[in-house]
Design a protein around this ligand. Structure first.
Ligand SMILES: NC(=O)C1=CN([C@@H]2O[C@H](COP(=O)(O)OP(=O)(O)OC[C@H]3O[C@@H](n4cnc5c(N)ncnc54)[C@H](O)[C@@H]3O)[C@@H](O)[C@H]2O)C=CC1
Ligand SMILES: CC(C)=CCC[C@@H](C)[C@H]1CC[C@H]2C3=C(CC[C@]12C)[C@@]1(C)CCC(=O)C[C@@H]1CC3
Length: 355
């Protein structure tokens, strides 16, 4: 019979802990004296103080094993937004999240009183994009309605996932939940932003600015996102105002999308984009390409670089207010944007021009 592990407030689980954000979160938690169970479909590193459980989020038994002895769960697993596999998003983000909620309930109810879990705490990594429909958002607050026409399957399922988690918050039944909505996470080891940007530059496609280049966007250094998650976890108590709510976590320094991209590109030795293209033209073309890729899918598989979502992200304003997080949990970014960009650029020597 498996040994029962007594839960401790310094033991937690990170679902998706092998990923970019997950690993940064795990490292910070270890530094704060937590021991961590990582649950992920892959194992990408080893660290003292971390127990790895390799498995799929939808596998109840595997998940239950990983959550033994834990009363704090961070859920930051998701398929990559670049995928267009609708079934995968539904399975992982919706069914997988339902499984997480069920297993959290099970841990709470199956506790023999010796375990003395007061509450199960669940911190979900949602996304500020749950309110983004492809049009400008300026200083958006958490009370903006969810996107009625989500721009892709990723966004569609992140909305459902957040609704499920917030609705499950139930003080009477010992499950406390909160959702963190980061935006544009960047930093060392990010598999998306810098690699996509550099790849686009290396293919000679980073010459153009979509629109007039004045659109303001939030980019959030990964340490700030981690800080927001840990603050949320440590503030999550039955009497706390954060129970069952969503919180924007950003760098709180909106920046022109194209200035941010140029700073990274120039920092890595590439030329900044210079020529302007009209936004509506590029967006229209991206829609056409996307439709074409769907129609031709049975014959040829091609993935357009310029998806409608990416063009919308590159050509509109989308920045969010963090005043709710500041007020309810004392959030303040710990790393400024300039410093974050410098640290990020330095962490990618292999992506420098000519490397
Ligand atoms: N990167 C960004 O800019 C933003 C990310 N987010 C959210 O942050 C979270 C983390 O994102 P990243 O670290 O950037 O992504 P990532 O792709 O680096 O990490 C996700 C992790 O989830 C794991 N995973 C995927 N499917 C799984 C499954 N079926 N069972 C178990 N594990 C599974 C992956 O193996 C991976 O390690 C995601 O929920 C994402 O939606 C939200 C806003 C912005
Ligand atoms: C703010 C935010 C939510 C960022 C998320 C990260 C990615 C969606 C971006 C990271 C690199 C970006 C990028 C483009 C679109 C958005 C990203 C993928 C372009 C494809 C937009 C059109 C171009 O001219 C090239 C860009 C390359 C980098």
């Amino acid at each position: 019979m498996a040994t029962r592990i007594r839960p401790s407030s310094k033991r937690c689980a990170v679902i998706g802990g092998s990923g970019f954000l997950g690993r940064h979160l795990v490292e910070k938690l270890l530094g704060k004296g937590y021991t961590v169970s990582v649950f992920d479909i892959r194992q990408s590193y080893e660290l003292p103080g971390v127990t790895f459980h390799q498995g799929d989020l939808c596998d109840k038994q595997a998940l239950l094993t990983a959550l033994q002895g834990v009363s704090l769960v961070f859920h930051c697993a998701s398929p990559a937004p670049a995928s267009d596999d609708k079934a995968l998003f539904q399975r992982v983000n919706i069914q997988g999240t339902q499984t997480v909620l069920q297993e959290c309930h099970k841990i709470y109810y199956n506790k023999d009183r010796l375990n003395s879990i007061k509450e199960m705490l669940l911190v979900l990594t949602s996304s500020a994009s749950v309110v983004f429909e492809g049009t400008d958002i300026k200083d958006g607050r958490e009370d903006l309605p969810y996107a009625k026409k989500p721009i892709d399957y990723y966004t569609e399922t992140k909305i459902e996932q957040e609704k499920l988690v917030l609705k499950a918050c139930d003080k009477e039944n010992g499950l406390l939940t909160v959702a963190i909505r980061p935006h544009g996470i960047f930093g060392p080891r990010d598999p998306q932003l810098v690699p996509i940007l550099v790849d686009t530059a290396r293919r000679g496609k980073m010459k153009f600015i979509i629109g007039d280049g004045s659109n303001l966007v939030d980019f959030t250094f990964v340490d700030n996102v981690v800080h927001g998650h840990i603050l949320a976890a440590e503030s999550l108590r039955p009497e706390s105002p954060i129970c069952g709510k969503a919180y924007h976590i950003t760098n709180d320094e909106p920046v022109r999308f194209w200035d941010f991209m140029s700073d990274i590109l120039v920092g890595l030795g590439y030329a900044a984009p210079r020529y302007h293209l009209p936004y509506t033209l590029v967006y229209g073309l991206s829609l056409l390409l996307w439709l074409l890729s769907l129609l031709l899918r049975p014959l040829v598989a091609f993935k357009p670089t310029f998806t409608p979502m990416r063009v919308a992200l590159a050509g509109t304003h989308h920045f969010y207010s963090c005043s709710r997080a500041k007020q309810d949990m004392g959030y303040k970014p710990v790393v400024g944007l300039k410093d974050g960009i410098r640290r990020t650029v330095e962490s990618y020597p292999h992506l420098r021009h000519g490397a």
